[in-house]
Design a binder for this molecule. Structure first.
Ligand code: HEC
Length: 149
């Protein structure tokens, strides 16, 4: 039974590997943004006073955001993965028309996250100011490059 299952799995492998196609790129890209959101959410809640400020927790979330900015996301923007090409993505085709302009939105985000790291543990007010700046860079990119629901 086990052997049968294994060989079925192995037989399925090449198909899975080849299917690293547009759908998988979209899935990974959305996963990346979900990771950003899961780390940013508690920071935003602390900034708004919806969650008690906790310096250690804030530092940990900020460090995770910094770690995510070290990831080179270029594989997540493979050609043929815009909302004009595939279902299930909100990424506008404009991204691929001027990648430099898109990347400058990404750079603004990276810089805001770099400034967030030292602010996160410095107090609720400091955190709130830095979170506001990061949030502004999320919004600025979404306004231009993410389709409205
Ligand atoms: C450089 C541009 C850019 C920046 C900066 C950016 N986003 Fe996004 N975000 C996008 C794009 C484009 C999509 C659509 C991705 C898709 O559907 O393929 C997206 C999608 C998302 C999604 C939906 C993911 C899903 O599962 O569909 C969330 C949540 C999100 N972003 C949160 C954030 C947060 C929080 C920040 C800031 C901390 C942020 N984003 C910064 C461009 C950006």
């Amino acid at each position: 039974m086990r052997r049968v299952l294994l060989s079925a799995l192995v037989a399925a492998l090449p198909a899975v590997a080849m299917a690293a196609d547009a759908e998988h790129v979209v899935e990974a890209r959305k996963g990346f943004f979900s990771l950003l959101a899961i780390e940013f959410g508690p920071l935003a809640a602390m900034a708004k006073g919806e969650m008690p400020y906790d310096a250690d927790a804030a530092k940990a979330h900020a460090a995770d955001l910094v770690a995510l900015t070290k990831y080179n996301p270029s594989d997540l923007y493979a050609p043929g993965t815009s909302a004009d090409d595939v279902k299930g993505t909100a990424a506008k085709a404009e991204i691929w028309k001027d990648m430099d302009a898109y990347q400058s939105k990404g750079m603004a985000f990276f810089e805001a996250v770099a400034a967030l790291e030292p602010a996160a543990g410095a107090g609720q007010k400091e955190l709130a100011a830095a979170v506001g700046k990061v949030g502004g860079t999320c919004k600025s990119c979404h306004d231009d490059y993410r389709m409205k629901k």
